[in-house]
Design a protein around this ligand. Structure first.
Ligand code: ADP
Ligand code: MG
Length: 314
């Protein structure tokens, strides 16, 4: 019983009788009305696992909401309501003041309303359950990718993982990049405009919480397809490339960017929307029919193939 996914698969992965989509996507979907689904998801942040103990509580509060918003957006859905369950070793009013301000700042940005939760004593752990809704025609599942779809990714890859190395004082980068990376790690800000404007033209999506390769692979497995990635086109900072830290961008977690796939015939339309709205969205590859994940011009291709095969065996 090694991985999180093996545990879910073995003990929890039951088929739902009533949900349209149960376990296996960024959110579950169930009937709201004739035109819409509800989308529901949950995510937990644990001290020392998901954030360092010295992280600004405002940012912990922000991130607790943002990682959940990310899952809802990547279903093509809009966030609506949240439940907040928090376990605290001891009540600290300064910490709670900052945490709640960060949580509500994020809620305000994404028009999310807190409508319930739970408060208990224990190790510091924050769980948010989020509810959103989506027009049935616009719901984006991991299983929707079609052969020859373009693969698109929002924002930049690897910043959060670089931020973690910087926070742990393992690497030094320029002060601008350090600030940007720490922001990416501690205050992820999924771009809801991209989903609003682009998702209508897409076939599938997933948000990147475990790493670009790992999360893209979830789309490939769910859609029974492969992918070819154009390495040079991946949105990776020059500093990461120059310092040969591409692994941060490919395998690093916590980016909370979104991978989308869209038919080739939508490319022009999407490019026009990117220009018009100044969206940070990059075309990075193509869906293929050979069930393999290939990256062109990448010297560590073998390692990637191994990673893919390993996941593929499950
Ligand atoms: P994400 O990274 O998008 O939050 P995960 O990789 O954590 O998704 O989970 C994969 C899928 O497994 C999701 O659909 C999630 O709801 C489901 N899942 C995770 N843990 C459990 C659990 N303990 N019981 C039931 N379903 C679970
Ligand atoms: Mg997700």
């Amino acid at each position: 019983m090694k991985t999180e996914f093996e545990i879910i698969e073995k003990y929890f992965n039951k088929k739902s009788k009533r949900a349209i989509k149960g376990i296996g996507d960024d959110a579950a979907l169930f009937e709201k009305d004739k035109k819409n689904y509800w989308a529901i998801s949950t995510d937990t942040l644990n001290e020392k696992i998901h954030f360092l103990s010295n992280t600004d509580p405002f940012r912990i509060g922000w991130k607790a909401a943002a990682v959940n918003v990310s899952d809802i957006l990547s279903m093509g859905a809009s966030p609506l309501f949240a439940l907040l369950s928090i376990s605290l070793p001891k009540p600290n009013s300064d910490w709670l003041d900052k945490f709640s301000k960060g949580f509500f700042a994020c809620c305000k940005k994404y028009k999310l309303e807190l409508i319930g939760g739970d408060t208990t004593k224990g190790v510091l752990s924050i769980n948010v359950t989020i509810l959103g809704d989506v027009n049935k025609k616009n719901a984006l599942l991991r299983s929707g990718a079609q052969i020859n779809d373009d693969i698109w990714v929002t924002g930049e890859l690897g910043l959060a993982a670089l931020g973690l190395e910087i926070a742990k004082q393992k690497v030094m980068a320029t002060s601008t990049l350090s600030k940007k990376s720490l922001n990416a790690l501690e205050k992820p800000t999924p771009d809801e405009r991209i989903i609003e404007k682009i998702s209508l033209f897409c076939n599938s999506a997933i948000d990147i919480s475990d790493g670009f390769i790992s999360d893209l692979n979830h789309i490939l497995v769910a859609s029974k397809v492969g992918a070819k990635i154009y390495f040079q086109d991946l949105p990776i900072s020059k500093w990461i490339k120059n310092n040969k830290k591409e692994d941060l961008a490919l395998y690093g977690g916590d980016d909370y960017q979104t991978i989308l796939t869209a038919p080739k015939k939508m490319r022009f339309k999407i490019e026009r929307l990117i220009q018009k709205n100044k969206l940070s969205l990059t075309r990075v590859g193509q869906i293929t029919n050979n069930r393999k994940l290939l990256i062109d011009h990448y010297e560590k291709e073998v390692k990637l193939k191994k990673g893919y095969d390993h996941f593929g065996k499950k």
